[in-house]
Structure formats: structure tokens, C-alpha cells
Design a binder for this molecule. Structure first.
Ligand code: BGC
Length: 353
């Protein structure tokens, strides 16, 4: 079969290779890949900055945003050939730490977790993959290709769950949410915010392309003015930060309403310096009982929440997030950045073998 592979740490090593077909172990599904979503993490791995192959291997099959069709399922597993599935990304650490032992591997405490397509486990960027039934999530057939949004939606479902749990430490009835960044995470965060009945505002730099319309189609408000002005005008109870832009992160922390919660989901590069009035930031957090919370990855509960959120969403809107489809044989070109693009997917079916 063909797979999208990379030698982690080696820029320029990304390629489509012929590799041996995987053999499902007991309790595993054999899945035919339908599509793979790409995100910033994949780009970082492709450029040699992130990712790790299994200790005894140099090569990693890339890809963690999966969509596939079951080819073979263990008897009595509840899955049948033809079912659409997505795979959970993370696996618990081997110790396991307390969080992993409780199924909260997204909160792993010792860092020894593994992640498909990212850290020590082959990913889903292949014509065939195996998947433990315990880590398989059913995707509504009606979603079709938009089912590839399951993983980013799970990351967003976790972020909203964090916000609600942090908010629940005292009386909490948020009204206004600001999402910074209108990429896939930001737009899905806006969708889940609207599903919660919030007055949602989205801030991004672009003024044309599909983003402003996608935001308005949710019944949310699109902004492209300076962050400080938008924060002053909106005074959000909640911010979901999805850019990782350090200056914006600092402005968001200072700009919430009292009892504000800023949930950081964007991974920023280290090494960029910025002058910040740290005293003013501390003062704003203390005097307003604000919280800044980081959120990464997702456990099974969040994948289920994501499945519900996607099932309730407008399907045509979800499909509009998939702005580029690239067949596996041209996978390298999928990593080029397009100014107005939202989600690029690599299609895994139907190519020449
Ligand atoms: C993935 C997460 C993962 C993180 C760090 C993100 O792109 O969506 O599942 O935990 O990268 O490796």
C-alpha cells in the first residue's frame, strides 16, 4: 500500500512510499483510508521541527486527522465493514500515570503518551490502517468527507469542556465569546460556541475569502480590526485563542470581562520575544478572577462530543471548510500554504496503486 511518510527531524524527507500492508491484531479493525486532514502540526513534522518515529524505526507514517471505512472488523465488535470511522490520536503512557489510568490520556502527566502520526506510532496517512476498536469513533455516514473534521472538532470539544469546568467554580453564565483565528480550529470553536447559544465573535486578519461569510453563516460576528479595539468592543466572557500569536494571547488575557476565561489552543513557536507589561497582566487576572487555561488533544469523551456537534451542524457549512482536496500521489503539494485556505485534505481512495 502507499503511505505518506516522513523521517522526523529531517526536513525534506516527506514522501509517498510503498510500504507493507498492516495486519490487524486481535481486537483491531482494518480500515481503508478515505481522507486525511492536515494541520499545523503536520507541517511542523514535515519541516523537521516536531514528531518522533518509534524507537526502532526511522520512518513515521504521518497523519492524525483521520477518516476511513472499515474493511474488516472483529466479530462482535459492533463495527461492520463499510462503517465510517475516525481514530483517536493519543494512546496512554505505559506506566500509566493517574490521568492515563483514568482514560484522561489527553491530560497525561509524564509525557510518555504516544500519538498516531505524531509521536512514536504510525499515523493514518495511508491507504490502509489498523485501529483498536477501543479507539475507533463512529462517523455519521451522512457527513461524508466532512467526517475528516472529527479530530479537530474533538480538540475544540475538549477546549469548550475545559472552559465550562473552569467556569463552574463559581456562578457562570457566559454570554459573549471571542474566537481569535478563523482557521479550522477557530471556525469549529465558533460553531460549538453558537451551539451553546453564545453571542460569538471571530477575529482574523483577512477581509476576503471564505472566512467572513462562514462566520456570518453561523450567526456570529466577524472582525478584522485591531485586537485591542475588538476586545474593548466585545469584552468577552470567554476567549478561545486559536492563533498562537503571542501578542494576541497577551491582549486577550487583559481584555476579557471579569471572571473571564481564556482558553489557549494555538501552539506558538518558541524564541520570539515581546515586551509585555507583566504587572498589568497579573493585575487583570487577579482583580477579575480570570483564568488562562491551555488545552491540547482529546480523549474518547471529547470525540463523542465532537461526533454530536458535527451531527448537529449544517453539513454544507462543514463541507465549505474543506477548501482543498489533494490526492495522495500529489501529497507534497498539500503542504503549500494558501492564503484563503481553511482545511486541506489528502484523499486516500481511488488513486493508482
Ligand atoms: C493534535 C493533538 C496533539 C497535538 C500535539 C495537535 O495537532 O491535534 O491531538 O496532541 O498536536 O502533538
Amino acid at each position: 500500500m502507499r503511505a505518506l511518510t516522513v523521517r522526523p527531524g529531517r526536513p525534506g524527507s516527506l514522501g509517498v512510499e510503498e510500504v507493507a500492508d498492516p495486519e490487524p491484531a486481535a481486537g483491531e479493525l482494518l480500515v481503508r483510508g478515505v481522507a486525511l486532514g492536515l494541520c499545523g502540526t503536520d507541517r511542523e513534522i514535515a519541516s523537521g521541527e516536531y514528531g518522533r518515529a518509534a524507537p526502532d524505526r526511522g520512518r513515521l507514517i504521518l497523519g492524525h486527522e483521520s477518516l476511513g471505512r472499515v474493511a474488516e472488523a472483529p466479530h462482535g465488535s459492533g463495527f461492520n465493514p463499510g462503517d465510517l470511522v475516525a481514530g483517536v490520536v493519543r494512546r496512554p503512557d505505559p506506566v500509566p500515570c493517574g490521568a492515563c489510568a483514568h482514560g484522561e490520556f489527553d491530560m497525561c502527566r509524564n509525557g510518555r503518551y504516544r500519538e498516531r502520526g505524531i509521536k512514536e506510532l504510525d499515523g493514518y496517512g495511508a491507504e490502509l490502517w489498523c485501529l483498536e476498536t477501543d479507539y475507533a469513533v463512529r462517523v455519521d455516514a451522512a457527513l461524508g468527507l466532512a467526517g475528516v473534521l472529527m479530530e479537530p472538532a474533538s480538540v475544540v470539544a475538549k477546549a469548550w469542556e475545559q472552559i465550562e469546568r473552569v467556569g463552574a467554580r463559581a456562578w457562570f453564565e457566559p454570554r459573549r465569546a471571542l474566537v481569535t483565528g478563523a482557521g479550522p480550529i477557530g471556525l469549529l470553536a465558533a460553531l460549538l460556541g453558537r451551539q451553546r447559544g453564545l453571542d460569538v465573535h471571530v477575529l482574523d486578519r483577512v477581509t476576503d475569502g471564505p472566512k467572513p461569510d462562514l462566520v456570518r453563516a453561523l450567526g456570529a460576528t466577524y472582525h478584522s480590526d485591531a485586537a485591542g479595539d475588538v476586545l474593548t468592543a466585545v469584552r468577552p466572557d470567554v476567549v478561545v485563542e486559536a492563533t498562537g500569536a503571542a501578542a494576541l494571547v497577551c491582549e486577550a488575557i487583559r481584555g476579557t470581562a471579569a471572571y473571564g476565561i481564556v482558553c489557549l489552543t494555538g501552539v506558538s513557536p518558541a524564541g520570539r520575544r515581546l515586551t509585555v507589561d507583566a504587572g498589568a497582566v497579573n493585575r487583570a487576572i487577579v482583580l477579575e478572577n480570570d483564568v488562562v487555561v491551555g488545552s491540547v488533544n482529546a480523549n474518547l469523551r471529547h470525540f463523542r462530543q465532537a461526533a454530536d456537534a458535527l451531527a448537529r451542524a449544517d453539513r454544507e457549512w462543514l463541507h465549505r471548510l474543506l477548501t482543498r482536496r489533494v490526492p495522495l500521489e500529489r501529497a507534497a503539494s498539500a503542504f503549500e500554504r494558501h492564503a484563503d485556505g481553511i482545511k486541506t485534505v489528502i484523499t486516500l481512495e481511488g488513486g493508482a496503486r
